[in-house]
Design a protein around this ligand. Structure first.
Ligand SMILES: [Fe+2]
Length: 116
């Protein structure tokens, strides 16, 4: 007999921000899938003590990377448009970032985050 692990996404695994951004955390993994509605944006944030990869499954996303200087605020160091099958990586050394769906269609991305 083969033991199978069935994973399901329930309410506790879904983060829904203003109906624009929906995050599905895949149980027992460091993986999540995000659906980005048109014009959805995640404000500047860090991934403290984590390494995170973002892989575009459908559509496109714009990522802006910033250095946080503390009192003098953030300054932009990189902007890139990621399209299907492209990947981006961020950690504390690279900086902080925003991610935005500039298009008029939904975009989907796969995320892998791991504590360092
Ligand atoms: Fe992020």
């Amino acid at each position: 007999m083969v033991n199978k692990l069935y994973l399901k996404i329930n309410k506790n695994n879904i983060i829904n921000m203003n109906q624009l951004y929906k995050k599905f955390s895949i149980p027992c993994t460091n993986l999540s899938i995000i659906r980005w509605k048109p014009k959805a944006i995640i404000p500047i944030h860090n991934h403290k003590n984590q390494t995170c990869s973002m892989f575009i499954l459908k559509g496109s996303l714009e990522e802006k990377v910033y250095n946080n200087t503390g009192l003098q605020g953030h300054y932009l160091v990189d902007t890139k448009i990621l399209t299907r099958y492209q990947c981006s990586f961020i950690n504390d050394e690279i900086g902080e970032h925003t991610v935005e769906n500039l298009s008029n269609e939904d975009s989907w991305s796969l995320h892998y985050c791991k504590k360092t």
